[in-house]
Design a protein. Structure first.
Length: 117
């Protein structure tokens, strides 16, 4: 199995920055897994934020975060990152990381990001 642990969330003012981390572990996890970030605001469905292929050659962003967020990964550390700049109140949500290999998806427990105005 694969275990994912997010960290780095918190309370930040509008225009501020945060860096989220997602550490992967478990006997099944390998650097060939695709990884991504999703977020869920209160009362809303979970939505895609960003994704990165196993070697970083393919990166995707939701339109709402493109230009402000940057996803990256360090396979030597089994860790994915999300650098979030110029945060807006609409970015307030629980942020989840996901890893994917074939038809298998694994999710972390999430980390809260709150942007105050």
């Amino acid at each position: 199995q694969v275990q994912l642990a997010e960290s780095g969330g918190g309370l930040v003012q509008v225009g501020g920055s945060l860096r989220l981390s997602c550490a992967a572990s478990g006997p099944s996890f390998g650097s060939d897994y695709g990884m991504g970030w999703y977020r869920q605001a209160p009362g809303k469905e979970r939505k895609f934020v960003a994704a990165i292929s196993w070697n970083g050659d393919r990166i995707y962003y939701a339109d709402s975060v493109r230009g402000r967020f940057t996803v990256s990964r360090d396979n030597a550390k089994n860790t994915m990152y999300l650098q979030m700049n110029n945060l807006e109140p609409g970015d307030t949500a629980i942020y989840y990381c996901k890893s994917t290999l074939g038809s298998s998806d694994y999710w972390g427990q999430g980390t809260q990001v709150t942007v105050s105005s």
